[in-house]
Design a protein around this ligand. Structure first.
Ligand SMILES: *Cc1c(COP(=O)(O)O)cnc(C)c1O
Length: 358
């Protein structure tokens, strides 16, 4: 077997909601630890799923996700052969690492960021070079990343907005960085949360993508579209890079139901807009709360917020016992909270205050 696999720490996925409830004997549990859409899923998706022809069950799905491909290509104004679909971005991250990394290669990423990038680099035997985020703003340290580039560097991961910090970087800032990166290094921009950016009108790097053939953009249906259970993500890249990815990916990775759900979700942009508006308001309420309590946090443009609290694990335990699960495990001082409904936010802040006053 691959020697490096023995050293890998398992990614611990979210424990199923029902299981946590049972384990803790809770009547009600609100999960604000996985950045899922707290407003559910568009009713248009439900309709599409219920109208699916069950008689297709014995048939393989469309391995090319043709219809979804056409619709997204038209929406993003990119050629359809520039798209690669995956079973969530999880599969795309695995594929990118599998296709472009060899033993001894290096990747560069921000610390902290989404843990899957490092996991798959390790599986391929590549070295993970971490550059701490800016301590004050939480943003990527672009200058610091440039100094870490060596002849072995193959991939640079940029999560934007970054998970878990929530910090967003403008396309012009990313472009300036890319201009300094050698052309044979791939820069991968993970826009899993790009819909939640409200500070600027045109937040995506997409319009600049074709100018830099060494850039790759990633999107998912798991977050604002409320389809985490259906596992649909995709990447946009040059036709040449996409062809390499296509030859390695599993031929029937997306089920018909996943493709149908994504198509229906895309059609309901009203649902997306509503989710973003409600999140924006509630995100502001959290920032105001942290501000008033003198709690350090990073300005978030995602559907979660990252804050510093001494005794973070104790607080997380207390909230969990009271029916709210938030994300821990970054360090013993930082927690990440998914922005939920206004009602839950109010209750959560009240609970939080009882701990601060102690
Ligand atoms: C949630 C998340 C993903 C993975 O999403 P799936 O499409 O559900 O696999 C990818 N990147 C980031 C930054 C995420 O937070």
């Amino acid at each position: 077997m691959k020697e490096q696999i023995k050293a890998i720490e398992n990614y611990i996925p979210e424990e199923p909601l029902a299981q946590v409830k049972k384990r803790l004997g809770l009547k009600k549990l609100i999960r604000l630890s996985a950045n899922e859409n707290p407003f559910g899923t568009s009713s248009k998706v439900k309709e599409a799923i219920l109208n699916w022809n069950f008689a297709e069950s014995n048939r393989y799905p469309d391995g090319d996700a043709s219809q979804l491909r056409q619709v997204i290509a038209a929406k993003l104004k990119v050629p359809s052969n520039h798209l690669v679909f995956g079973v969530g971005l999880d599969e795309i991250i695995m594929l990118l690492s599998h296709v472009f990394l060899e033993n001894g290669d290096e990747i560069i990423l921000t610390k902290p960021t989404f843990s899957e990038y490092a996991l798959h680099a390790q599986i391929e035997g590549a070295k993970v070079v971490e550059v701490p985020c800016n301590a004050k703003s939480g943003g990527h340290d672009f200058a610091g990343m440039l100094t870490k580039i060596t002849s072995k560097t193959k991939l640079i991961w940029l999560c934007n907005p970054n998970n878990p910090t929530g910090v967003y970087e403008r396309p012009s800032v990313i472009e300036n960085f890319i201009a300094h990166v050698p052309k044979d290094i791939l820069v991968i921009i993970d826009e899993a949360y790009i819909h939640y950016v409200t500070d600027v009108d045109s937040p995506s790097f997409l319009p600049l993508l074709s100018k830099y053939p060494n850039t790759i953009l990633m999107r998912t249906f798991s977050k604002v579209y409320g389809l985490a259970n259906y596992r649909v993500g995709y990447a946009v890249m040059s036709a040449k890079l996409a062809a390499y990815m296509q030859s390695v990916r599993l031929p029937y990775n997306l089920s018909a139901l996943s493709q149908i759900a994504a198509l229906a979700a895309l059609k309901d942009q009203k649902f997306v807009k509503k989710s973003v508006n409600k999140t924006q308001k509630e995100r502001k309420a959290w920032e105001t709360f942290f501000e008033s309590q003198g709690i350090k946090y990073f300005h978030s443009q995602a559907n979660f917020i990252f804050f510093k609290y001494p005794g973070a694990n104790k607080l997380a335990d207390f909230l969990l016992k009271n029916g709210y699960q938030i994300r821990r495990g970054f360090s013993d001082e930082w927690l990440r909270l998914t922005i939920g409904t206004t009602a839950d936010g109010g209750k959560l802040r009240t609970l939080f205050l009882t701990q601060i006053k102690k």
